[in-house]
Design a protein around this ligand. Structure first.
Ligand SMILES: Cc1ncc(COP(=O)(O)O)c(C=O)c1O
Length: 407
């Protein structure tokens, strides 16, 4: 099938929930991916932070291949070995005690919301409110879009789940006003990703921790995007010295295979009991094998450290462009252009062989694999520079500002 035929078939048979770019990818390796015409791209989006290990990491490929021939799925009615082995790895490498496995970020957040609701109900039937931040993104299921503080994702689907309050991100005063004895949880991304890479301040997360402790609410960090090395620490909460009660993960967890997880610590780890929650596919042997391989590679290949080092280098190179505001932590980076040329700049990058993500009118987001090198960054910067000048000189250019790259 040629390019046009594939795109036509997709348009006819797949629901149009995505505004896809006109490109058909057929193969990937490391930080590179190839389209159906054989054109090579440097992937600075990594499947929206999923391919943290790059495309087709040999260890993940081998683990999936091997496990697929042994045992893929049994349901969670029975014990299998790899699920608790994976849970033990996550527990050993974090501050949490127990894990629930599912298949996506939204599902991980649903689990966290249900856990929090049950946590609150144990104290009082009225303790069910959840505070979340404006500009946040937590997924597309009903609970997750209710938690998501962006009306554009919610309007068509109202009425939403009751009991959610949205507050401006990084405003301690607003959080203090929203949180009360009726609050069962505060859900925050340590760095907001989907809305354009906005890191929280340390004081804000500290205040959230203190407020939750004061009213007996759970602090939940959505680390679906920030987790597993993306920010230059294994988990972003480590940058802030604030440990949540519950943390959600997905994206990079199984190296490209779909998997989500909800981790809890202390008393919160024992709230969900048989019958409370489930996922048919959650943590099946195939997904668990992929995740064990992915976590082992992150650990043994020093990818967290690489994300930190190359992330710093990337930020410094972006700053040298002197045409944009730069925000980032590790390899979670965005530039804000002066003019509304984000989409055109992303398309020009694509033409030049660099995959980036345009957000809104003037933000470009970069989520490259954690394996990238300084040479990859140099190449990306060259393409980006050319793309930005191709879409027109950026009027009123100002010196670059780097925020929150070091906390
Ligand atoms: C912070 C955050 N939470 C949740 C989600 C939803 O994850 P999924 O699309 O796997 O349901 C995303 C996806 O981008 C995310 O960035």
């Amino acid at each position: 099938m040629n390019y046009e035929e594939i795109i036509d078939m997709d348009k006819q048979y797949v629901m149009t929930t995505y505004a896809r770019q006109p490109v058909v990818f057929v193969r990937g390796r490391g930080a590179r991916v190839w389209d159906a015409n054989g054109k090579e791209y440097l992937d600075f989006l990594a499947g929206i932070a999923v391919n943290g290990l790059g495309h087709c990491h040999p260890r993940v490929v081998e683990a999936i291949r091997e496990q697929a021939g042994v045992l893929m799925h049994t349901s969670n009615l029975y014990y299998t070995e790899l699920q608790p082995r994976l849970a033990r790895m996550l527990v050993d490498w974090s501050d949490f005690n127990r894990v629930f496995f599912c298949n996506s970020g939204a599902e991980a957040n649903e689990a966290a919301i249900k856990l929090a609701r049950k946590w609150g109900k144990r104290t009082s039937p009225d303790k069910f409110e959840v505070a979340t931040a404006l500009g946040s993104f937590h997924g597309r299921t009903m609970g997750a879009i209710t938690a998501t503080g962006q009306p554009k994702y919610q309007e068509a689907f109202k009425p939403l789940v009751p009991g959610f309050k949205h507050v401006p991100y990084n405003s301690i005063g607003a959080l203090e006003e929203a949180v009360s004895d009726a609050t069962c949880a505060v859900i925050l991304e340590p760095v907001q990703g989907e809305s354009g890479v906005h890191p929280a301040s340390r004081e804000y997360l500290e205040a959230a921790r203190e407020l939750c402790d004061r009213v007996g609410a759970l602090l939940i960090f959505d680390e679906v995007q920030t987790g597993l090395g993306r920010t230059g620490k294994l988990f972003a909460y480590e940058h802030f010295g604030v440990v949540p009660d519950v943390m959600t993960l997905a994206k990079t967890l199984a190296g490209g295979f779909p998997m989500g997880a909800c981790l809890a610590r202390g008393e919160a780890a024992n709230v969900l009991q048989p019958g409370d929650h489930a996922a048919t596919f959650g943590g099946n042997p195939l997904a668990s094998a992929a995740a064990i391989a992915s976590l082992s590679a992150i650990h043994e290949e020093g990818l967290v450290e690489n994300a930190r080092d190359v992330g710093q280098y990337f930020l410094s190179k972006l700053r040298e462009l002197r045409i944009a505001e730069v925000r980032g932590l590790g390899l979670m980076v965005a530039v804000e252009l002066e003019d509304p040329v984000g989409k055109a700049a992303a398309a020009a990058c694509m033409d030049g062989g660099l995959i980036v993500n345009a957000i809104g009118e003037n933000i470009l987001r970069f989520l490259p694999p954690l394996i990238i090198t300084r040479d990859d960054v140099d190449r990306a910067i060259g393409i980006l520079e050319g793309a930005i000048s191709a879409v027109g000189p950026v009027a009123g250019a100002r010196a670059a500002r780097v925020t929150s790259s070091e906390l």
